[in-house]
Design a protein around this ligand. Structure first.
Ligand code: UDP
Ligand code: MN
Length: 372
C-alpha cells in the first residue's frame, strides 16, 4: 500500500493495463462465440466457405458459407418483397378507397399549361410516362399479392375526343387499381369519315377483346364519363346487366329516366352474346342505348345498379354535338326502336362487318382502329 501511495503513476499504469486486458478478453470471448455460432450454422461444412467482400454482413462474420449467406439474404431481403400465395383472391380493400374524388375537368380551360408546366388535360405522352409500369396496351394484371377474381375489358367508343380521352385515362387507371382489379383499356376508334356508329364500335371492341384475352366482364364506357366516387365498384353481375350510373351532373345528379342505360354498362360475356351485342343500325347520335335496353328485357335480364345512389355518381365532360355524329332523324329512330326486338337476333354481333385497320398499344391503352 505504501508503494502505491509512493508511485501514483505506476498505479495509473496498472489500472489502465488491467482495463485493456479485460476489454481484450471480452472481445476474444465474443469472437469465439460468433465463430462458434457460425460453425454451428454451417454444420461443420467449412470447405465450402466463401468470402463475401461487399456484403453488409462481412463486418460481423468475415467468413460465411453459401447456405448461411443464402439464409440471411432470404431473411433480410426476400421477406420484404415476398409475394403471398397467388391462389389468394383479390378483394376490394375498402379502407384503401378514397370515396369522393374531386375532379379537375376544367373544360373551358383545357389544353392550358398550368403554373407547374403541366398541360391540362395531361398529354398522351405524359400519360404514357406516368403509366409506364402497366403492360403495354393499358393492361393491368392486378396487385402482386393476390389473384384477380375478375378480368375486365373496358371498351371505350371513340372518335374526335382526344381531350376527353386524356381526362378519362388520367382518372380511370388509379381508380381501377385502387379497386384491385385486372383490366385492359380498349379504345375503339372509328377510322373513317362516315357518321359515328357507336354500336359498331362497341361490338368491334367486344370481338377484339375476345381475340386477345380471357375477360369475364366487359364494361362499355363513354369516354366523357368520369367517376366521382371510387366506392362505385366496377363490376358485372351474373344474373343482371349492371348499370353503374345513378347520378350525372348533366342531369342535375339524376338519371333522365329509370331505363336509361347510357354512360357505363357492364355485361358478362354470356350476357353480351345472348343479347347479340348492340344494334349496328344507329348511325349518328341517339337511340342505340334505348335499343339495348329493349334487348336486355327481351332476353329476360334485369338491370342492376349500386345500392347507394350517391356513390354511382359521374361527371360528363361538357361538350357540343360532334360534327360527324349528327342526331338521328326522329322518325328513323322511332322505327328502329319499334322493330328493336324483332331485329335483335339478326342485327348486332352476328351481323357485324367492320374492318380492323390498326391496333396501337400505348402504355395507357390499346387503340383499335375500325372502319365501320
Ligand atoms: N363518341 C365519340 N365521338 C363522337 C361521338 C361519340 O367518341 O363523335 C363516343 C364517346 O365515347 C362519347 C359517347 O360516344 O362519350 C357517347 O356520345 P355523346 O357523348 O355524344 O352522347 P351523350 O351521352 O353526351 O348524349
Ligand atoms: Mn357525352
Amino acid at each position: 500500500m505504501n508503494w502505491m501511495r509512493a508511485n501514483p503513476q505506476m498505479l495509473l499504469i496498472v489500472v489502465m493495463m488491467s482495463g485493456s486486458f479485460i476489454i481484450l478478453a471480452h472481445f476474444s470471448l465474443f469472437r469465439n462465440k460468433v465463430i462458434q455460432r457460425f460453425m454451428h450454422a454451417s454444420r461443420g461444412n467449412i470447405q465450402k466457405q466463401v468470402v463475401i467482400e461487399e456484403s453488409p454482413y462481412i463486418k460481423r462474420n468475415k467468413i460465411m458459407n453459401r447456405e448461411s449467406l443464402a439464409r440471411i439474404l432470404r431473411l433480410n431481403f426476400e421477406q420484404k418483397n415476398e409475394t403471398k400465395p397467388t391462389s389468394r383472391k383479390c378483394h376490394v380493400a375498402y379502407a384503401k378507397l378514397k370515396g369522393y374524388i374531386s375532379l379537375h375537368l376544367m373544360t373551358e380551360e383545357t389544353n392550358q399549361t398550368t403554373s407547374s408546366g403541366l398541360t391540362w388535360p395531361p398529354t398522351l405522352k405524359y400519360l404514357d410516362f406516368i403509366y409506364k409500369d402497366l403492360e403495354h396496351g393499358g393492361v393491368y394484371k392486378g396487385p402482386k399479392e393476390c389473384k384477380c377474381a375478375t378480368n375486365f375489358a373496358i371498351i371505350v367508343p371513340f372518335r374526335d375526343r382526344e381531350q376527353h380521352l386524356r381526362f378519362f385515362l388520367f382518372y380511370i387507371h388509379p381508380l381501377l387499381q385502387r379497386q384491385r382489379t385486372c383490366y385492359t383499356i380498349i379504345v375503339v376508334e372509328q377510322d373513317d369519315d362516315k357518321t359515328f356508329n357507336k354500336g359498331k364500335m362497341m361490338n368491334s371492341g367486344f370481338l377484339y377483346a375476345n381475340s386477345i384475352g380471357d375477360f369475364d366482364c366487359y364494361i362499355f364506357h363513354d369516354v366523357d364519363m368520369i367517376a366521382e366516387n371510387d366506392r362505385n365498384i366496377y363490376q358485372c353481375k351474373e344474373k343482371k346487366v349492371a348499370h353503374l350510373v345513378w347520378q350525372m351532373d348533366k342531369y342535375d345528379y339524376e338519371i333522365p329516366y329509370y331505363d336509361y342505360i347510357g354512360g357505363v354498362l357492364a355485361f358478362t360475356k354470356e350476357q353480351f352474346i345472348t343479347v347479340n351485342g348492340f344494334s349496328t343500325m344507329y348511325e349518328g347520335w341517339g337511340g342505340e342505348d334505348d335499343d339495348m335496353m329493349k334487348r336486355i328485357w327481351a332476353k329476360g335480364y334485369e338491370l342492376w345498379r349500386p345500392r347507394k345512389k350517391n356513390i354511382a355518381r359521374f361527371k360528363m365532360i361538357h361538350h357540343n354535338h360532334d360534327k360527324r355524329n349528327p342526331r338521328i332523324d326522329d322518325y328513323l329512330m322511332q322505327d328502329l326502336l319499334f322493330s328493336a326486338i324483332s331485329r335483335q337476333d339478326s342485327d348486332g354481333l352476328n351481323s357485324l362487318h367492320t374492318v380492323r385497320t390498326d391496333v396501337i398499344k400505348y402504355p395507357s391503352h390499346t387503340r383499335v382502329k375500325v372502319r365501320s
